[in-house]
Design a protein around this ligand. Structure first.
Ligand code: KIV
Length: 260
């Protein structure tokens, strides 16, 4: 690519500097085509462990492996030029200790080509976050509903009580202190998300957490209504591409049969 057409990728600094200046848009993507489609419009792309559900067909995010996240991150990186690429650390790829976390995150950066990783958890992972950032790996935190904890929590019901709110605030501050450069808030009550956003110096990225976060993230399939069972409270579809595609397929099949 010649110099004149080269596009600069967003950086973790451009993401943090957006706080208070402009709202950030993020989406997930899982392959080169999806990445290329969203690249023009979003600030950052998450190769989410939601891959397990929306691409691989599992009921939870737990089964996706590190190899698979690395593989899909490579595809997204190949399809994109300007968005920051964040790889999601899968379940049990970082909870078993600092060295495992650095090895797992290191693979996402070195083999996958991501610029940052995301992991779930609060104070319990703060030391891990500090080790990763000390090793030169930028980290996004993830609080509120944490899908990797489904078996410990029994359900992914959002919590809206005082204890949960004070824990979330303490977790957010511990993660910020440990060096995260952005924080995903999933299904956090809007007033609490606003308060966390005001109290942190790094951007908050909401999903189902109200309009006052510094940015928003959506799962690719939910933006276009490409899955039938929309995740409750999470999905904000902007068109019904699922219906359009089914209509096109019906038209295709009937025209092949000579019926239209
Ligand atoms: O894996 C994912 O898609 C996520 C988003 C819902 C934030 O973690």
């Amino acid at each position: 690519m010649n110099e004149r057409t080269r596009v600069e990728r967003k950086t973790t600094t451009s993401i943090t500097q957006a706080k208070g200046e402009t709202k950030l848009s993020l989406s997930t993507a899982y392959d080169a085509w999806m990445g290329a489609l969203v690249d023009e419009f979003v600030d950052a792309i998450l190769v989410g462990d939601s891959l397990a559900v929306v691409v691989q067909g599992y009921d939870t995010t737990l089964p996706v492996t590190l190899d698979e996240i690395v593989y899909h991150t490579q595809m997204v990186v190949r399809g994109t030029q300007r968005a920051l690429i964040i790889a999601d650390l899968p379940f049990l790829s970082y909870e078993t200790g600092r060295d495992d976390a650095i090895r797992s995150a290191g693979r996402c950066i070195k083999e996958g080509g991501a610029q940052a990783v995301k992991l779930e958890g609060g104070r319990s992972v703060a030391e891990t976050v500090a080790s990763l950032t000390a090793a030169g790996i930028p980290v996004v935190g993830h609080l509120g509903v944490q899908p990797q904890a489904i078996h410990t929590l029994g359900s992914l019901e959002p919590r809206d009580d005082e204890e949960a709110a004070s824990n979330l605030l303490a977790d957010a501050k511990a993660l910020e202190q440990a060096g995260i450069f952005a924080l995903v808030l999933e299904l956090v009550p809007a007033s609490l998300a606003r308060s966390v956003t005001q109290q942190l110096t790094i951007p908050t990225i909401g999903i189902g957490s109200g309009a006052d976060c510094d940015g928003q993230i959506q799962v690719f399939h939910d933006l276009f209504q490409l899955r039938d069972s929309l995740a409750e409270g999470l999905a904000t579809p902007f068109c019904d591409a699922g219906t359009l595609m089914r209509d096109a397929l019906r038209h295709y099949a009937t025209s092949v049969r000579g019926e239209s």
